[in-house]
Write a new protein. Structure first.
Length: 291
């Protein structure tokens, strides 16, 4: 029995020593690499219109660059070229949708969020088809941030939450500590505003939300969606043999993306004077391979 115990101990020791070797196939497999999608919001990035051209603020309107705290997307797709139609590229992410409110809509209660320089999703690279991609499409769903406004001659900071997806089913949501009850579907352009413990909500005009798409001529997007399109400077290649994570950072332009109709021509948003929000769409997308 003593000899048996000695042999057993020697056997276990050999296993431990072999598992400390450089053999990657021994005892455990190394972690598989991932595709990491991050968000960044840039107030200095170029301000674009619906077809991806530089845009100025229309006469009679004013705008400011909000400080975005968090954002949600409902769809991310890599497109090989400018002629790849929406839905025919490599779909990286598709968010939860529901018909609880009637028509099909984004399910806000199950939305995923990310703040500035934060990771939105992580996807195993083994789930991404190998290939070369020139463009990325992102269907935006919700954005939330702080804006400045004028109230009784005082400059105040308020919180704006804007639903820019094609249609969103919302039960309720928290906006800077205030609960906004909806319990239904809301089309693109629905917004809520909170300041000093008070809240209000409204709806931007149909078609007012800017959605930059430089591929307007070759790959259009449906009216009322919020599929923002951007081009990789040097493309993105997935070989299928990666050993490390691939990080793609999506830089979104918030350059004067909060736009309203001016009543008092002072460049300050004053809802109490009847000034109304007309556009809260992000103003461009630049995808970058790396942090």
């Amino acid at each position: 029995m003593k000899n048996l115990n000695t042999y057993l101990l020697l056997f276990i020791a050999l296993i431990v020593l072999s598992c400390n070797s450089n053999d990657e196939d021994c005892c455990a497999n190394p972690e598989s690499p991932n595709l990491v999608i991050k968000f960044k919001f840039d107030p200095t990035q170029e301000r674009l219109d619906n077809v991806g051209q530089p845009s100025t603020i229309p006469d009679g309107n004013a705008a400011q660059s909000p400080s975005v705290n968090r954002m949600s997307a409902n769809y991310i797709e890599f497109a090989p070229n400018a002629f790849t139609l929406l839905g025919e590229g490599e779909i990286i992410f598709a968010g939860d949708e529901t018909t609880d409110g009637g028509d099909n809509a984004i399910n806000f209660q199950n939305a995923i969020f990310a703040g500035n320089n934060e990771t939105f999703i992580t996807v195993p690279l083994s789930d991404v088809s190998a290939g070369s991609y020139e463009w990325v499409r992102v269907s935006l769903a919700y954005q939330e941030g702080e804006i400045e406004f004028l109230l009784n001659s005082a400059d105040i900071i308020g919180t704006i939450g804007s639903f820019v997806g094609y249609n969103t089913y919302i039960t309720s949501f928290d906006l800077n500590g205030s609960t906004i009850d909806v319990n239904g579907n809301r089309l693109q352009g629905f917004w809520a505003f909170e300041a000093l413990g008070f809240s209000t909500q409204g709806q931007a005009p149909e078609g007012a939300v800017t959605v930059p798409n430089p591929l307007f001529d070759t790959s259009p997007i449906p009216q009322g969606s919020c599929v923002v399109t951007g081009q990789f400077e040097n493309g993105l290649t997935i070989s299928g043999n990666e050993t490390e994570d691939v990080v793609v950072t999506l830089y979104f332009s918030v350059n004067n993306s909060f736009e309203w109709i001016e009543i008092n021509a002072d460049g300050k948003f004053e809802s109490s004077a009847g000034e109304t929000l007309v556009d809260m769409g992000l103003r461009g997308l630049i995808p970058y391979v790396g942090n």
